[in-house]
Ligand binder design. Structure first.
Ligand code: NI
Length: 183
């Protein structure tokens, strides 16, 4: 099912999401809905709070970024109850966007690599190490589960310049082809 995407300013985007218990009814449906909603809105990642559910799960399909990094072609995954166990490597800048904050893109500094522990869709625990763009996307989606948004990282000056735009996004004044919800 395609859900509306909750916009900047929605309280659910600021909550720390809760773990999903094993055997959670409707888990498969939730995973499918996250992928469907993400593809419908041309995203490469989507976290449950963005469809109004404060649960620790996000999905990624980075294959559209294949040209940037050929390893991303196969990077399609579900992360359940993830915990980033280690951030490391150089601090790098990368231009980020977010389906919950349409029409705004900003350079964000993050570590180049992460080690992440999570459960897969069969509730098997895994630990994996990611670098580069994959680590970047993971950190962005993971932040959604912690109630953080990429705009939290930009300078106070830039944020002041974006204030009006962010306010109109929070009022639902956006021009996108996917369904959105505000507040
Ligand atoms: Ni996002």
């Amino acid at each position: 099912m395609i859900y509306p995407v909750f916009l900047y300013g929605s309280p659910v985007l600021r909550k720390v999401a809760t773990d999903i218990p094993e055997g959670f009814p409707g888990l498969d449906e939730l995973i499918e809905s996250l992928f469907e909603t993400m593809y419908h809105s041309d995203g490469i990642g989507l976290a449950a709070p963005q469809i109004g559910m404060s649960l620790r799960i996000f999905v990624i399909d980075a294959s559209p970024l294949e040209e940037e990094d050929s390893s991303l072609k196969e990077f399609k995954k579900v992360f359940i109850n993830p915990r980033i166990l280690l951030y490391e490597g150089e601090i790098e800048k990368y231009n980020e966007g977010c389906l919950s904050i349409p029409d705004i893109r900003e350079d964000v500094e993050r570590e180049n690599a992460v080690n992440i522990g999570y459960f897969d869709r069969d509730f098997k625990y895994r630990e994996e190490y990611y670098e580069g763009v994959a680590a970047r996307i993971i950190q962005h989606e993971y932040d959604h589960l912690e109630g953080k948004l990429f705009t939290d990282y930009i300078s106070p000056l830039k944020r002041r310049l974006l204030k009006r735009k962010l306010t109109s996004i929070s009022k639902g004044k956006v021009d996108v082809k996917y369904r959105v919800k505000h507040m």
